[in-house]
Write a protein that binds this ligand. Structure first.
Ligand code: FMN
Length: 301
């Protein structure tokens, strides 16, 4: 059987399949459907320094080949995670990665610092799509200076594997990737959701309480593949690809474009066992194509 293991920073993943933050809860919700120990890793819900209620309902709506969401990072804060959730989910034989968000650089730094002490968390994924409240609400991830600043500050306190998750709502995602690489990020993951909007014409109201929201699902996949290809050519650190991966074929597409690992998001809502099917497909694909090591196909395009 082909070797499926890949490396992201200091993480040795048993295979390239991870779950996307916000679509997989804390992993434990999926235990009735899949063997979590088979995953390369599981990336859990966005975690912030303080408790957050999230946005008012409605905050999800189905759209053509995708969905819009405006959940708004609902979570009980990093200390609740450390004391109550981490002890329940740390036992799986799979890399546990925590997704970190914040409205100020100091929030990110303090959350990362607290997570650094957890034995079973060897990596964080930093979501830089959040509005920077100090800089007037512009997301950290939409300027090279903002992305660099937050990466630099976290790097100072976080010695383990640091993955920075990039926003696609920018002119040049490759420039943002280069900026975070220069500040010491070990990897970049992309894409987060694309900003979108939809209107209920009978009620003459937006579907979401927040009017606009983040688009995910197969509708975004060609944009995501293009961005992964561009970023993989621009940086030396490993790239994690995501955005509309629905099956194993889609996952291989991202790897050919330059992704070392992939994350599965919205597809988990349709089929909670999709991650297992993607791993099975990778094994079968390698056998069919005479590939001994899946690393051989990364960035072939
Ligand atoms: C309901 C929902 C909640 C999400 N929450 C987060 C989050 O907390 N942090 C984050 O970085 N991305 C979050 N995302 C974005 C996903 O992790 C992913 O980047 C995006 O959905 C694209 O992948 P997909 O098309 O496979 O879903 C969320 C997406 C959805 C649909």
């Amino acid at each position: 059987m082909a070797k499926l293991s890949v490396n992201i920073g200091s993480l040795a993943l048993k295979n390239p399949v991870l779950t996307a933050s916000g679509t997989f809860g804390y992993g434990e919700e999926f235990a009735p459907f899949i063997d979590l120990n088979r995953l390369g890793g599981y990336i859990i819900k966005g975690t912030t320094l303080e408790h957050r209620e999230g946005n008012p309902y409605p905050r999800m709506v189905e759209t053509p080949s995708g969905m819009l969401n405006a959940v708004g990072l609902q979570n009980k804060g990093v200390d609740y995670f450390i004391n109550n959730i981490y002890p329940r989910i740390k036992g799986y034989d799979s890399e546990l990665i925590v997704n970190v968000s914040g409205a100020k650089v100091e929030d990110y730094v303090e959350t990362a610092r607290r997570l650094a002490s957890l034995d079973k968390v060897n990596a964080i994924e930093v979501n830089i799509s959040c509005p920077n409240v100090k800089e007037g609400g512009m997301a950290f991830g939409t300027t090279t200076a903002g992305a660099a600043e937050v990466t630099r500050a976290i790097r100072e306190v976080y010695p383990k594997t640091l993955i920075v998750k990039l926003s696609p709502n920018v002119t040049s995602i490759a420039d943002i990737a280069k900026a975070v690489e220069a500040e010491g990020a070990d990897s970049v993951s992309l894409i987060n959701t694309l900003m979108g909007m939809s209107i209920d014409v009978e009620r003459r109201r937006p579907h979401l309480s927040t009017i606009t929201g983040g688009l995910s699902g197969p509708a975004v996949r060609p944009v995501a593949v293009r961005m992964v290809w561009q970023v993989a050519k621009a940086v030396k650190i490993p790239v994690i690809g995501l955005g509309g991966i629905m099956d194993g074929r889609d996952a291989i597409e991202f790897m050919l474009a330059g992704a070392t690992a992939v994350e599965i998001g919205t597809a988990n809502f349709i089929d909670p066992a999709v991650t297992m099917k993607v791993i099975d497909y990778m094994e079968d694909y390698c056998a069919r194509h005479g590939i001994n090591d899946i690393n051989e196909i990364i960035g072939e395009i």
